[in-house]
Write a protein that binds this ligand. Structure first.
Ligand code: DX5
Ligand code: ZN
Length: 232
């Protein structure tokens, strides 16, 4: 997986039809997404439960592009192996998810998979300073994690800008997750984000029977994000 800073659209299947995940993943890939974002929730770290590694493994054959797994689980260490086995390309864990996040990253990095750190809206970027050289991605949460369809938290845009400075010339992606739409995409791309996760902003109004809506939404968000960078 070669590093590049171009805008990448990562639909979150949290807003897809849970009874038809395989077809939904194939549909968004056909409609032009770059990555597929998989939200794993444990009902403990976040107040919602989705699914686990077994579902991710079943989805793997339906995902030809990048499988971006966002683990909202705590404690997380004992589950890393099963998500590696599921075939994740990127495993993102939360900075807030354990006392020994450095150890968690060591564990992920001992395998040929990319590692990411997600930070909640209330967590400062200083919390990741000491392991910035161990990670391939920082996921800035622009909602409090747990549910799709929430409102974008605007105060996080400044955080993205500061993070971009902290990253400097390093090959580290800035992913933004939560409330990304055509209206908020320009704010985050201008601030320095290159991976835009969107759930409701892509799946709303579409279905596996009518996937062109997914394509329209993916293109609209990508164009809005790119236009804001070109304007600069
Ligand atoms: C939030 C999840 C997000 C979420 C995004 O807990 O990590 O990936 O599903 O959904 P929208 O785009 O609807 O905010
Ligand atoms: Zn997510």
């Amino acid at each position: 997986m070669a590093f590049d800073k171009s805008i990448k659209i990562a639909p979150s299947i949290l807003s897809a039809d849970f009874s038809n995940f395989g077809a939904e993943c194939e549909a968004i890939e056909r409609e032009g997404c770059d990555w597929v974002h998989i939200d794993v929730m444990d009902g403990h770290f976040v107040p919602n439960i989705t699914f686990g590694a077994q579902t991710c493994k079943s989805l793997r054959p339906h995902i030809k592009k990048i499988m971006d797994v966002h683990l909202m689980i705590s404690p997380v260490d004992d589950f890393i192996d099963s998500f590696l086995d599921a075939g994740a390309d990127i495993i993102t864990v939360h900075a807030e998810a354990g006392f020994h996040i450095h150890r968690t990253l060591q564990k992920i990095n001992s395998h040929s998979v990319k590692s990411g750190i997600a930070i909640n809206p209330g967590t400062p970027i200083s919390s990741i300073e000491n392991f910035i050289d161990m990670i391939d991605l920082v996921c800035v949460m622009t909602v409090n994690p747990g549910f799709g369809g929430q409102k974008f938290i605007h105060s996080q845009v400044e955080k993205i800008k500061s993070l971009k400075n902290m990253i400097g010339e390093r090959d580290v992606h800035i992913e933004v997750d939560g409330g990304v739409t055509v209206d908020t995409a320009p704010l985050v791309s201008r601030a320095g984000a290159d991976v835009l996760v969107a759930g409701s902003g892509i799946f709303s109004g579409g279905s596996v029977e009518n996937t062109s809506i997914y394509g329209n939404n993916i293109r609209a968000i990508r164009e809005a994000a790119n236009a804001a960078i070109i304007e600069e």
